[in-house]
Design a protein around this ligand. Structure first.
Ligand SMILES: [Zn+2]
Length: 173
């Protein structure tokens, strides 16, 4: 099984006010129903207020989706910002106090293992929210209906007929 990729944010969690940043580049290989043609890249910044861990960053990639009208592939640049916060429990131990603060894992699907972020999980979720809901191959996309009227291929009854004819030809040989 593939090791899950983690960003260790403990340094930020134990030192409120201290920013740590990561340059991130990932192909999000575990995302099956989305085709990234370029790696998702960007910078993620983490800082703790003491009670809350703030994550922010800007990311970009190029993805292929299906045109919502004609189903042909549409490649598009996608840019999005990350702005997430996670509650922190405990007392930061940054000053030799022996304390330890921890990002609260409040759900089973938590994006954290201890104070390490499963950053691909976070990016996957934010990316989904930022994908075009109805991508179009172009403003002028005629859509499935129009295409079916202009070509025989798009109409199921023609497809069935063509198949029938093919079968007949097959029998004759
Ligand atoms: Zn289209």
């Amino acid at each position: 099984m593939k090791k899950r990729k983690l960003l260790d944010l403990n340094e930020a969690v134990q030192h409120p006010g201290k920013h740590i940043t990561f340059d991130v580049s990932t192909k999000l290989e575990e995302v099956e129903d989305l085709d990234l043609v370029e790696p998702l890249t960007g910078t993620l910044d983490a800082v703790s207020t003491g009670n809350v861990l703030l994550l922010s960053g800007s990311f970009q990639t190029r993805a292929v989706q299906e045109c919502s009208r004609c189903l042909s592939p549409v490649e598009a640049s996608i840019k999005f910002d990350v702005a997430e916060e996670f509650p922190i429990g405990g007392t930061p131990g940054g000053y030799g106090s022996g304390h330890y603060a921890e990002v609260s894992a409040d759900e089973p699907s938590s994006m954290f293992e201890d104070n390490s972020l499963l950053f691909e999980e976070l990016l996957r979720q934010v990316l989904w929210l930022n994908l075009p809901v109805r991508p179009l191959c172009g403003e002028q996309c005629p859509g499935l209906t129009a295409r079916a009227e202009t070509t025989d291929e798009g109409r199921p009854e023609f497809a069935a007929l063509a198949e029938l004819l093919d079968n007949r030809e097959g029998c004759g040989k």
